[in-house]
Each structure stands twice: as C-alpha cells, then as structure tokens.
Ligand binder design. Sequence first.
Ligand code: SF4
Length: 238
Amino acid sequence: MLTIIPDKKEFVLEVHHRLSEVYGSQIKYFHDLDPLSELVSSLLSHRTKNRDSGLAFTNLKNLFGSWENVRDAPTDTVQAAIKPCTWPEQKAPRLQQVLSLIPQHNGVLSLDFLTDMDVTAARKWLEELPGVGPKTSAAVMSFSSLRAKALPVDSHHFRVAVRLGIINAKIGEAKANRVLENLLPPEFTAQEVYDNHQVMMRHGQKVCFHFKPACTDCVLLDVCPTGENTLSQQSILL
Ligand code: SF4
C-alpha cells in the first residue's frame, strides 16, 4: 500500500536516506579536474556515453596538449579528435567558441577565478556561456576541484524524481536542477549534495530502468506512486 509523505522536502530526504543505505554515502568524487577541464568534459558528455566522451577528452589532451591549442586549432582537427562523441560537428565549434569567450573575464584561459565567487554567482557566469545550462554549471561546480555545493541532474536522476512524483516531467531537465536542489536540506554539505546526485543516478541505472523498472526490487516501492500503480496494473492482468 502506498505511503504518502505530504511534505515534499521530507519526502526527498526520506528517499535520500533510503537510497544512501543502498548505494552509500561520502561517495568518492569520480573526477578531480580543474574547473575548465571539467567544463570541457561536461560539454563533450552531452547525450554521450561516459566511455566515449572520456575518449574524446583524452584525444584532445593528447593531440593538442593545452586548451589554448584546442581553441586555436583548425576546427576540423578538433572535430576529428572528438569523433567518439555524438554530434562532433556541433561540439567542436561550440567548444572553441567557449574557449575563446572565457578569457574575456580576466585575460586568462582558466576558470580558477570561480573559486573566489559564491556558487550562485559562479553558476550565473557559467550559464552565460553558449551551450552551458544548469546541469553543466552544476557539474563544473560540483565535480571539479572546486567541490562546491551544486546538484547536477542527469536523465536517470530526472526519471526517478518524476516517477516518485517529486517533479512533473513537463518542467524539463534544465529547470529540474534548481527545483530538486531547492528541495534538499539547506544544511546539506557539498558532499551530501553530491551523494544525492550519485544515489539518484545509480538508482536510475540499476533499478528504476527506463524500460521495465524493477519495482519489486526497489526500496522506494511503498512510497512510489508509479511503482504501486505499475504493480497493481500487473496484478489486474494476471
Ligand atoms: S518503485 Fe519502480 S518506478 Fe518507483 S522508483 Fe522504484 S523502480 Fe522506479
């Protein structure tokens, strides 16, 4: 039977605790890149498998040696280097455009100056760059060596949140970043916000699949309207 937790913030916290029991807490950060390298990595990863965007990132580092060289190289050579990604013909000129715009801040091709800004101001600055939305700005702030408090929401995280009824699918992934982050306790540390990103994503990858979610194996079944609905439909058909 479905248990309803009417307060959304309480519900989000309950989900976080249950998933942390399964997937852990104090989860090790998967990257330790400087903020500019993390931005490049995030731009390459859009709608691309991690393995392929990782290969494209390594190609850029090995072939060009610096982000300045990537910026100044003929675009077709950058495009060839990032071929493992989806849409290299769009990502190559966009990446070079972003790399050209960043030095307008203080003349240096680096994002290290973000360390001195508060997270809101830093994300706003990043989101003024072409192709950088809330998910990418959150990824730069959280995953890079900045280790700041920001919640990136990927497609797995988004799907789980929708199925649990935390957000409506119509708000879209970009807006969901802010909404879901604001539902987390304000006292959460950067690590706890990162853990939330990780446990929601892992749950989408391992249990709440895009097709045929494994609801009977899910620790959230008793609080999930979609899971309860799916199982009651199946029992009607039996
Ligand atoms: S009960 Fe099913 S739909 Fe709900 S979160 Fe779990 S796996 Fe996803």
